[in-house]
Design a protein around this ligand. Structure first.
Ligand code: ADP
Ligand code: MG
Length: 410
């Protein structure tokens, strides 16, 4: 009997409808076609394999790079009644999980790439029925990607040993090089690529030359009601900028990896509950945090990559209401980036240079910022968006950019 997909979507996951390309991706998997799904953070990638995992006969093996991510997803899946387990170093119930897998009693099994690519796991799968391989955060397979994980490269023999099992690679962040790499490394044909729209039309993008950052940030905060996040580049900068912002009278908290876990959790909880708090944080803050009413995100310095910028600024306005993304940069940011690149292994340098050049194009442009962002993700946006600084007030000439250009030309 053919599974009733809309009924499963509703009854198991509680969603009235698919969002965006989910339907297309799930449809392809149900037909057994290999697929690379490129969908922004929050677009609902997990459903693209969890629903087929429930609908198909057999277990869906999910390769995921972080134990914390796996366990979050595991809990969420189990909460809606999906038979799910993981095999990681911190799981105590390996024997039971293996028995359940062999006995056809699992819909979803999460494993890390180093486990998935090992011989022991392969022979375990030979004694089970596998319905789907889902490779989450698939950009990790590429040296061009921002989180290269060599173990992802060892997955191919596993996938190829089960040629009849469909494979689904998922990522939020893949420029053209990374995409190509994912397709080649994981053996997915070019026409298997499904790309979701990346535009966040309610976010207004603005870029500012840094010129007395504490004052600029204080002005911004004074003019921006509602919860906001300020991303600083170092722990020390986080504390210093927060100190300055406290004088504006707004509630301010900080978040970085150097705080006691309890303090971090308390600050995060306070931010999530607040309607006007400013969180000054390193990029350690935000992953997996669901606060739909963040009204502004400010970067107090150059982000690490366009992908990072898109993801971090994308935490603004999840509720669809107007929100803003501000980026403050200076030529020193590029100088520092170039120095950092110089210290890397030569094989990593090319990718990093390209990343910095893409950021240069974003901050230097006198044309639509949104168009630059969207083109980076392979879209063909209109030349003007009407909702970024350059579209709202076209600059007369490009001036303050010569310094940056000098730093960029290596
Ligand atoms: P991603 O991995 O792409 O960042 P997730 O899979 O974590 O996104 O999903 C993001 C959020 O969207 C989750 O809270 C999920 O429950 C929700 N979601 C997913 N699909 C749908 C849908 N079709 N309708 C409504 N909400 C959805
Ligand atoms: Mg995800």
């Amino acid at each position: 009997m053919r599974p009733d997909i809309p009924a499963l979507l509703h009854d198991v996951f509680g969603f009235p409808a698919f969002r965006g390309v989910q339907e297309q991706v799930v449809g392809r998997i149900m037909e057994g076609r290999p697929t690379l799904a490129i969908m922004p953070t929050g677009a609902g990638k997990s459903l693209c394999y969890q629903l087929p995992a429930v609908a198909l006969d057999g277990c869906c093996v999910v390769v995921s790079p972080l134990i914390a991510l796996m366990h979050d997803q595991l809990r969420a899946a189990q909460a809606v009644g999906i038979r799910a387990a993981s095999l990681t170093s911190v799981d105590a119930d390996w024997r039971e999980t293996q028995d359940r897998l062999r006995g056809g009693d699992l819909d979803l099994l999460y494993v890390a790439p180093e486990r998935a690519s090992g011989e022991g796991f392969r022979s375990l799968l030979r004694s089970a029925r596998v319905a789907l391989f889902a490779i989450d955060e698939a950009h990790c397979v590429s040296e061009w990607g921002h989180d290269f994980r060599p173990d992802y490269r060892l997955l191919r023999p596993l996938l190829d040993e089960f040629p009849d099992v469909p494979r689904l690679a998922l990522t939020a962040t893949a420029d053209a090089h990374t995409r190509e790499d994912i397709l080649v490394q994981l053996g997915i044909p070019r026409d298997g690529m499904v790309i979701a729209g990346f535009d966040r039309p309610n976010i207004r993008y603005a870029v500012h030359a840094r010129d007395g950052l504490p004052r600029q940030l204080a002005d911004l905060v004074a003019a921006s009601p509602g919860p906001g996040i300020v991303y600083a580049q170092t722990r020390a900068a986080t504390e210093k900028l927060a100190e300055g912002l406290e004088r504006t009278g707004r509630p301010v908290r900080i978040y970085h990896a150097g705080l006691e876990p309890q303090q971090r959790a308390a600050n995060q909880a306070a931010f999530i509950a607040s309607e006007d708090m400013v969180m000054v944080a390193t990029i350690a803050f935000g992953m997996g945090i669901d606060k739909p009413d963040v009204r502004f995100v400010a970067h107090a310095g150059l982000p690490k990559s366009i992908e990072g910028y898109y993801q971090e600024s994308g935490r603004a306005g999840r509720d669809g209401e107007p929100a803003a993304a501000h980026l403050f940069w200076g030529a020193e940011d590029f100088a520092r980036a170039r120095q950092r690149i110089g210290e890397l292994e030569p094989t990593r340098q090319q990718g990093e240079r390209a990343r910095i050049a893409a950021l240069g194009a974003l901050v230097e442009t006198g044309t639509c910022r949104r168009a630059i962002l969207l083109r980076h993700f392979g879209e063909s946006p209109p030349a003007t968006c009407g909702n970024c600084d350059n579209c709202l007030a076209p600059p007369d000439s490009i001036d303050a950019t010569e310094t940056a250009r000098k730093y960029l030309s290596a």
